[in-house]
Design a protein around this ligand. Structure first.
Ligand code: C5P
Length: 426
């Protein structure tokens, strides 16, 4: 595949040398277009040596080949990493003041993926948010940056996702996870070597993490969900070819690259986001730990500890059951949609885990219920999981265990299998 790799002027440019190697070693033909500022971090010689092509950032080089038009026309995929705040702004405004911005304007129908990296304040600035929204509304895939240590002593969202994650997201976007040589193979062999993409063309919404219900401006009621299982599901759905929307409540882990992220805090915010997303989702997976109750009153000021007053008593009100509501809305609209719930259960003297889970599946009326057996130190925050997948269609219960990625892959496989029943192919 012919790839243009645009490199922005940020320190993370050095990591993009590894991304370039991943592309070339997978057999792709990569032309690198650094911005002027990028060449201050990594020199032209490095890009030329690693790509095997001449490198320029000026529209006045190789003018006889009409370079500023040709590169964008010929590209089958454009990846920009790191996409700095300036580069996002120039792309959103449609500027054409260097070779990379010209190439982006000439891209036509070719998929474009931008992997931002910048300081958290820049990423969260309303100007950058607006630029990202504009680019996404035009069909550009703008990855969420990773969270962690930034160049100075600060940390937060703004790190360039790892080269492997950008590589996977870029090839998934181009629908080219198959090795390039497969193009020359007879169809049957190409099919054999291409990883299956059973969710290609489908939109999957996944909720993850734990909601936080405010008590006052500094305190909340929360839970111990880490978001790891939901994030693994999002990555598995993405790898299966789906367009993935992650409704992210509080998570201890960053979202995966290549998925759209909608951040939520409370159960009510999650409800709103989920009902909105449901309108165009083929699959909804509610992996978030949603608070069943929220404080009846949220104090506008910090609740004070005072010796002359009694200690406060918190009264709770019930949150809506989002999963149940999604099923009701789907059924009322006769929408073809597969809805998956999660349940953390324990057994007791009256019944074992599966008895309680089967009752919950009937109550919630979702299509699949992924049941965790919760015990002390089990599940929350761990990297492994062990589940049973129950189906309302009555098909056999299925066990899956291993890393949270293994469990996610099993759930996504089961979703694909059930889909052919719930959403018959057109
Ligand atoms: O009833 P329980 O909390 O055990 O159900 C768990 C499932 O229901 C999960 O899929 C969770 O995301 C979802 N849920 C919900 N709204 C709530 C509580 C749980 O959608 N208020």
């Amino acid at each position: 595949m012919r790839i243009v790799l645009g490199v922005g002027g940020g320190i993370a440019a050095y990591k993009v040398a590894s991304l370039l190697r991943l592309f070339t070693e997978a057999g792709h033909d990569v032309t690198v277009i650094p911005t002027e500022a990028a060449t201050r971090f990594v020199g032209v010689a490095t890009w030329e040596a690693l790509s095997g092509h001449p490198v320029s950032n000026s529209v006045f080089d190789e003018v006889h080949t009409v370079n500023h038009v040709r590169l964008g026309h010929e590209a089958e995929l454009i990846v920009v990493a790191p996409a700095t705040a300036d580069l996002l702004a120039r792309a959103a405004a449609g500027q054409a003041n260097d070779l990379l911005s010209n190439t982006l304007l000439m891209a036509g129908s070719c998929p474009v993926l931008m992997a931002p990296a910048m300081h958290t304040e820049m990423w969260q600035h309303p100007a950058t948010r607006a630029n990202v929204e504009t680019l996404r509304s035009r069909g550009v895939t703008v990855l969420e940056p990773a969270s962690g240590r930034l160049t100075g002593s600060d940390s937060g969202p703004g790190r360039l996702p790892e080269p492997e994650a950008i590589f996977d997201a870029a090839l998934a976007l181009a629908g080219a996870l198959a090795l390039p040589e497969t193009a020359a193979m007879p169809a049957s062999e190409a099919e054999l070597s291409a990883p299956p993409r059973p969710l290609a063309g489908l939109t999957v919404t996944i909720s993850a993490g734990g909601t936080r219900e405010p008590l006052d401006p500094v305190r909340f009621l929360g839970n111990r969900s880490s978001g790891k299982q939901g994030v693994a599901l999002a990555a598995a759905a993405r790898d299966a070819g789906a367009k993935v929307r992650l409704l992210a409540a509080h998570m201890d882990v960053p979202p995966p690259a290549g998925v759209d992220v909608v951040k939520v805090e409370t159960a009510l915010e999650l409800r709103k986001a989920a009902l909105h997303a449901a309108a165009d989702s083929d699959v909804i997976i509610m992996a978030a730990a949603v608070a069943d109750f929220r404080p009846a009153d949220v104090s506008g000021t910090k609740i004070k500890k005072r010796d002359d007053l009694a200690d406060p008593v918190i009264s709770l009100v019930r949150n809506p059951d989002i999963l149940r509501e999604l099923v009701e809305v789907r059924d009322a609209a006769s929408r073809k949609q597969l809805i998956v719930g999660f349940a953390a259960e324990t057994g007791d003297a009256d019944g074992d885990v599966l008895d309680y889970a089967a009752a919950k599946l009937r109550r919630k009326a979702c299509d699949l219920l992924v049941v965790n057996h919760v015990g002390q130190d089990k599940v929350f925050g761990e990297d492994t999981n062990s589940v049973v997948i129950l189906s309302r269609s009555g098909s056999e219960a299925q066990e899956a265990s291993g890393s949270k990625s293994d469990v996610a892959a099993a759930v996504i496989d089961r979703v694909s299998a059930e889909l052919s029943r719930v959403v018959p192919p057109a």
